[in-house]
Design a protein around this ligand. Sequence first.
Ligand code: SF4
Length: 174
Amino acid sequence: MANRKPPVLVSACLLGEPVRYDGGHKRHAWLVERLLPEITMVAVCPEVGIGLGVPRPPIQLVESETGVRARGVEDPGLDVTDTLNAYGRQQAHDWLCGAILKSRSPSCGLGTTPLFDADGHETGLGSGLFAASLQAALPGLPCIDEAGLDDPEQRERWLEAVRARHRMLGDVGR
Ligand code: SF4
């Protein structure tokens, strides 16, 4: 896929789209006002993408004998682990040059998402299942969250990695 600007997957709520479980968003001003002109934006909300809709029951990450699972906060019978994992693999296009993901989300978080035990006690931090699947499918993909974008040094390193991947993919495509 030839693109003049690097294609970057972005958590849709960071763009101001009202896709959060409660119908809200988490618009990030620098991303929307400064970065968007430099990238080809690929907006994704994994929870909407797997059909949960807006509004929807909130989910959380629960440690179980079969690994970390994404389950309903109020209804543990709601389990979207497999669909979120599959959606992450489905969205892992090899032409992507980077990803900007929402922190602390059970779908999008990059090592910042609270993990819970079966009794609801917080046990640590992990990655959202969509983010983990995306990274597993595209191991070299430069990923950052909105907290990273707020750090000028971190976002400049990320941007340079995105540009380098864009050059590399362009070279491969020639
Ligand atoms: S964090 Fe991810 S799953 Fe949650 S609303 Fe934003 S894009 Fe959707």
